[in-house]
Ligand binder design. Structure first.
Ligand SMILES: Cc1cc2nc3c(=O)[nH]c(=O)nc-3n(C[C@H](O)[C@H](O)[C@H](O)COP(=O)(O)OP(=O)(O)OC[C@H]3O[C@@H](n4cnc5c(N)ncnc54)[C@H](O)[C@@H]3O)c2cc1C
Length: 414
């Protein structure tokens, strides 16, 4: 049987799932084709990681009605401290100094997964096709036909727009005729949690170490989420080895700002690669999230950037549907691409500059970097620009990603 939708989403992870909730909330008929069924093992998006959300993501999730259900799972970031092991310079960003309630929030991926899954099940107008994978994409003048291969065989769906959100290794991107360039960073992220001796008090630390960047991020009960980017072999060694060896290495790299580090949670390893799709759109197809751009986690920007893709699509599609127009028109897709490219490029460049800038372990470069961090610490305007980029506030941005008019920065409290 063939069914007709306004929007078909390939991939119902953090990006596809949240966008489906938003579109269905605006009355769109939406189908989500997702490889892993709700509650299924091995969901790659809603896993044990914690994501640092920027204010732009908060505005988007608030506009889509998802934020209130997430509140209990969020931990606010009040301070960010950036330093390099073996260097003397540092930079400190303070929410109070910037008259912000919080610089960002830590959210367990699983919590967003639970909220999105519940909302999708409750919202009329959403069809979840799962477990199923996109097997074919056919472009037509009036519609795009998508074949989903699932346990019960193939199902053909017709949509006016296909949003490809099936992650960095997207197969649907290729089936739709779009390409992506990939680059291995030569590193994997080792992810775990630990309980430091002293409470983090809302401080997030980014420490550049000899082997890669180490983020120590505040989460519930005074624990910290750890993301340590390391050469592949070293990450595997710490993931499989003795907990004491990992804690000792973390203590050496991080120091004693939070006292003794103890109590590692489960450990996971993510090979890191940069993905960049030169084109974001083709006939009745748009890429969003990691299918369009995957980033190194050093600046914690991947999902924040991806939610701004999703917000741009939601605004454009909802506007067309309200006006009785075509949500997969060439004009809409070209405007989406034009709007998103500057933000994507800027975020990719900032991320890669950080990875490259801190990758060489030479004494003169360390000195230079220390000087740069110290100079940043003293320069109000430079700090403010950095904050605007990190907060997802450098335009052009989707309207939904911006602070609603009339609300003050201080109101961005939990
Ligand atoms: C270690 C680490 C830490 C990070 N920390 C942060 C952070 O602090 N802040 C931040 O903003 N970002 C962070 N990110 C980035 C963030 O996790 C990604 O940007 C985000 O997961 C992208 O979501 P997505 O939905 O586009 O892709 P994915 O999360 O990969 O989801 C893809 C979905 O598509 C489904 N799927 C796959 N193939 C198919 C198919 N053929 N058919 C149907 N469905 C399919 C999958 O099951 C999955 O549900 C981090 C990334 C890593 C690796």
């Amino acid at each position: 049987m063939e069914r007709a939708y306004d929007v078909i989403l390939a991939g119902g992870g953090l990006v596809g799932g949240a966008l489906a909730c938003a579109l269905a909330g605006k009355g769109a008929r939406v189908a989500v084709i997702e490889a892993v069924p709700p509650g299924g093992d091995g969901q790659p998006s809603f896993d044990d990681r914690y994501t640092a959300l920027a204010p732009s993501s908060r505005h988007i999730l608030e506009a889509w009605g998802l934020w209130p259900s997430l509140r209990e799972a969020l931990t606010p970031i009040r301070h960010i401290h950036v330093s390099e092991a073996g260097g003397w310079g540092f930079t400190h960003l303070d929410a109070a100094e910037e008259r912000m309630g919080a610089l960002g929030w830590l959210l367990p991926n699983r919590s967003l997964g639970e909220v999105v899954t519940r909302r999708l099940a409750e919202t009329p107008g959403v069809t979840l096709v799962t477990p199923a994978r996109v097997a074919a994409v056919e472009h037509g003048p009036e519609a795009v036909a998508v074949t989903a291969d699932g346990a019960g065989g193939g199902e053909r769906l017709n949509g006016r727009l296909l949003v490809v959100a099936d992650g960095a290794g997207s197969r649907t991107r290729e089936l739709a005729g779009l390409t992506a360039r990939r680059r291995d960073y030569g590193q994997s992220a080792l992810v775990t949690t630990l309980t430091p001796e002293r409470h983090h008090e809302g401080w997030a630390y980014e420490r550049f170490t000899r082997e890669g960047s180490l983020a120590m991020l505040p989460i519930g009960d005074g624990r910290c989420a750890v993301v340590w980017s390391l050469p592949h072999a070293r990450a595997a060694q710490y993931a499989d080895g003795d907990e004491g060896a990992l804690l000792g290495a973390l203590q050496d790299a991080f120091g004693y700002r939070l006292g003794h580090l103890r109590g590692c949670g489960p450990r996971h390893v993510y090979p890191l690669q940069a993905v960049r799709a030169p084109r974001l759109v083709t006939d009745r197809v748009a890429l969003a999230g990691n299918a369009a751009h995957a980033l190194h986690p050093v600046a914690a920007q991947g999902l924040n950037l991806a939610l701004r893709d999703a917000a741009a699509l939601e605004e454009a599609v909802a506007g067309q549907l309200e006006a009785g127009g075509d949500p997969g028109s060439d004009a809409l897709l070209r405007a989406y691409e034009r709007q998103r490219v500057p933000d994507i490029r800027r975020t990719q460049q900032l991320t890669d500059a950080l990875v490259r800038g801190f990758s060489l372990d030479l004494a003169p470069l360390r000195l230079l970097r220390s000087g740069a961090l110290a100079a940043l610490e003293r320069s109000g305007p430079a700090k403010r620009t950095l904050m605007r980029i990190a907060a997802g506030r450098l335009g052009p941005l989707p309207r939904t990603a911006c602070r609603p008019p009339g609300t003050a920065e201080e109101e961005e409290e939990l």
